[in-house]
Design a protein around this ligand. Structure first.
Ligand SMILES: Nc1ncnc2c1ncn2[C@@H]1O[C@H](COP(=O)(O)OP(=O)(O)O)[C@@H](O)[C@H]1O
Ligand SMILES: [Mg+2]
Length: 221
C-alpha cells in the first residue's frame, strides 16, 4: 500500500530552489532513509511530507488524499490521524511526566475515553522498557529515554506514517541502535517510517535509501 506520494514537488524560499521537481513513493512496511548533507533540504522535505508546509509546485498525496484540495481542518485531521513526528531534540513538555507527554496526542485526537488515556500511554511506554520511568519529568530521563518517550508519543494515535528528523542526532551509539531497532520493528508491523539524516551509518537499517543533493532526490537502494 502506498502511504506517501510526492509528484514533481518543488520548494522555493524567496526564489531559491531547495527541492527541485522531486518524486517519491513510500510504501507501508518500509523503513526509508533520506540522506543529505546539512542544508541539503532534508527538514524542508520532511515538513512537506508531514503537512507542516506547502510545496511551491507539485502534488503531495497522503493515504490517497491529495493535499491541494483540502482545507486546513482537513489537513490537521489527516496529520493527527496518519502522521507521527519524531525530532532530534525530542521536544517533550518539560513540565509533564513521561506518560502525560504520551497522552497529549490521544487527548487532542479525542477518540479515546479520558479514563483510558493514562492506561494506553503507560502500555506504550512499557513496550519501550520505560515502566520504571512513567512518572519522570524529561530532566530526569537520559537522552535515549527521552527519545523513546517521544517515539511512544509519536505512535500514540497509531499513525501509518512515522517521520523522524535526525532522530539520533543527540544520542550515543547504544541508544542510536535501540531507537533504530524500534523504528525497524514499527516498519515490520506495517508502518511507513521515513528518517532524514546525515548519518550514513543508519542506512544499514533501511529498506530504501535516498540521497538528497542540489535539490534532487535520487534512490540509491
Ligand atoms: N523558512 C525558511 N526560509 C528561508 N530559507 C529556508 C527556510 N527553511 C530552510 N531554508 C533554507 O533551505 C535550505 C535547506 O534547509 P533545511 O531543509 O533545513 O536543510 P537540512 O535539514 O538538510 O539541513 C537551507 O539553505 C536553508 O537555509
Ligand atoms: Mg534539518
Amino acid at each position: 500500500m502506498i502511504n506517501v506520494s510526492l509528484k514533481n514537488v518543488t520548494k522555493e524560499y524567496r526564489k531559491k530552489i531547495v527541492l527541485n521537481n522531486i518524486n517519491l513513493t513510500i510504501e507501508s512496511h518500509s523503513l526509508n532513509i533520506i540522506l543529505g548533507k546539512s542544508g541539503a533540504g532534508k527538514s524542508t522535505l520532511l515538513n512537506l511530507i508531514g503537512l507542516l508546509d506547502n510545496p511551491t509546485h507539485g502534488e503531495i498525496i497522503i493515504k490517497d488524499n491529495e493535499i491541494k484540495g483540502l482545507n486546513s481542518n482537513q489537513i490537521s485531521d489527516l496529520r493527527m490521524n496518519h502522521i507521527g513526528f519524531v525530532f532530534q531534540s525530542f521536544y517533550l513538555n518539560p513540565k509533564l511526566k513521561a506518560y502525560e507527554n504520551v497522552m497529549i496526542p490521544m487527548y487532542i485526537n479525542n477518540i479515546y475515553k479520558n479514563e483510558d488515556l493514562e492506561k494506553k500511554a503507560k502500555s506504550l511506554l512499557k513496550i519501550f522498557d520505560l515502566e520504571e520511568k512513567f512518572d519522570h519529568l524529561s530532566n530526569e530521563l537520559s537522552g535515549g529515554e527521552q527519545q523513546r518517550v517521544a517515539i511512544a508519543r509519536a505512535i500514540a494515535n497509531n499513525p501509518s506514517i512515522i517521520i523522524a528528523d535526525e532522530p539520533t542526532g543527540n544520542l550515543d551509539k547504544e541508544n542510536e541502535e535501540l531507537v533504530l531497532n524500534l523504528f525497524k520493528k514499527l516498519s515490520k508491523e506495517g508502518k511507513s517510517v521515513i528518517i532524514v539524516t546525515h548519518n550514513e551509518y543508519l542506512t544499514k537499517y533501511a529498506d530504501n535509501v535516498f540521497y538528497l543533493s542540489d535539490g534532487n532526490l535520487e534512490e540509491v537502494r
